[in-house]
Design a binder for this molecule. Structure first.
Ligand SMILES: [Zn+2]
Length: 71
């Protein structure tokens, strides 16, 4: 099932325990639910600097790193 594979990839990307260190300050990130254009989704918010990371941002960051030239 494609859906099942997608969920597995997401959980792997966010870490086995849903914990991830902030890429800016290295602090612990809190797992929180947000509401966007496509409905609710889960993201990570840094408890220290307030930086927010979600799956969409991660995917965009990956594609930008691979393809688009820097501006
Ligand atoms: Zn931070």
């Amino acid at each position: 099932m494609g859906i099942r594979e997608g969920l597995t990839m997401k959980s792997n990307k966010l870490g086995p325990e849903g914990q991830m260190k902030c890429h800016r300050c290295g602090s612990i990130m809190a797992y929180e639910k947000y509401y966007g254009l496509e409905g609710e989704f889960w993201g990570l918010r840094c408890v220290c600097c307030g930086d927010i990371i979600d799956q969409i941002i991660l995917e965009n960051r990956d594609s930008m790193t691979l393809g688009a030239p820097r501006l």
